[in-house]
Write a protein that binds this ligand. Sequence first.
Ligand code: YSA
Length: 459
Amino acid sequence: MFVKILMKHGQFKIFSQSRYFSNRNMLKLKDRGMFQDIFPDNAANVVTDIFNSGYQTVYAGFDPTANSLHVGNLLVLFNLLHWQRGGHKTIAVIGGGTAKIGDPSGRNTEREQLSRLSIDDNIVGVCENIETVFRNHEKYLWNEKDPLIPLRIVNNESWYSQMNAIELIAGAGRYMRMGTLMSRTSVQNRLQSQAGMSFTEFSYQLFQAYDWLHLFKTYGCSFQIGGSDQMGNIMSGHELISKACEKPVYGLTLPLITTEMGDKFGKSAGNAVWLSSDKTSSFTFYQFWMRHPDSEVEKYLKMFTFDSLGAISDLMRQHREKPELRLPQKRLAEQVTLLVHGKEGLIKAQRATRALYEGSISALGQIDAKDVSSLFGGATIVEVLPEAGQSILELAMKVGCFPTKEDAVRIICAGGFYINQQKASNPSEVININVHRLENNISLLRVGKKNYYLVKWLS
Ligand code: YSA
């Protein structure tokens, strides 16, 4: 069997379907811990046959409630990437319309209404995250010759802005039963809480259900994926399409990523690790993955890398022999950072790691002065003119490392002062600009364990 794919230059290329769709049964992702539930409950066997019969179209939605996605959302993007790698068509819905309504799922209070301006700003950031992840995946992590079917990104405001309220309520609304809508966990939790629920948030399910109907009619989209908090909304979409079109559709939910304490990662929980480097630097992002404990790292390698399960268990075997090398943590941090921040971001993060944790002077010399400052706890940057014969003591006093000369001499002589992470214990030693000035035109001074000062040399 063969499929025709439109290439960038406008011509068709014919692919052998069996080769192109070599791993298209997405239910196999259950072995990676990627799926929690499938809806309807008894659909697993039917769905396997559907996957084997040809490519499918799947979507996941992201409400632009912040100007960046976070690592919880990233699991959903990984899942979409697996579908793309399996030769399926993928759609990301940006909820420019639904962000104005506010999804009550997993929240115990009403969302604050977002302004038009901040939603627009957030859409730009979220689209950029998604595009970057898909671009980096194709560039660095897709090693097959066959091209991937590009992700389609749509904003649900594009159909709601063409529609009037009567059309939605009198059309789709008629298929939805109050009893079912009221029974959703997201609704029940809120009705039982003091905060209660506005009609606006109650109506959210109808919008997400209608999105799926729209995508089903427009692109033949029969699958929706989302975190397990999305199950109620996905069930509403299933109900709507089953009644309005009498066609089967399927929902798959993913487990929610939580902290070691079991709290969901996300914006509302206030512990988000963001995908945009403006909000979480590539170094902090890399370190977040490096810090995963041994008990969790295998689970995360399965979810957040494309390494085969065999390669992951080999790595875990090596880890048991030499746990101090932290090989699985390094592999995890490297692969996820490459996907989210690209090669440049990964190099930056690894360089900063060497400079900060391994005391590497050459790595330190390659980091931007501003980045060195934030890396070392926001170290004060002081501009200094190199002067012939300037001693370590004079430099330290100029930069403001010590309140008095007596303190300076005492602490330096006792071995508590460092230049570029090297102990400098002679206060009268003359600064040698060729040695003490690093490639990036800085010197990093340290008093004690963690008081850093950054000298930026003037020329
Ligand atoms: C979905 C479909 C539509 O047609 C329109 C909009 C939406 C968006 C959806 N209602 C929503 O609000 N999603 S979200 O923006 O909060 O999160 C995006 C996705 O990331 C969801 O599938 C959510 O379950 C998932 N997610 C969030 N935190 C997560 C997580 N997944 C795993 N672990 C976490 N910690």
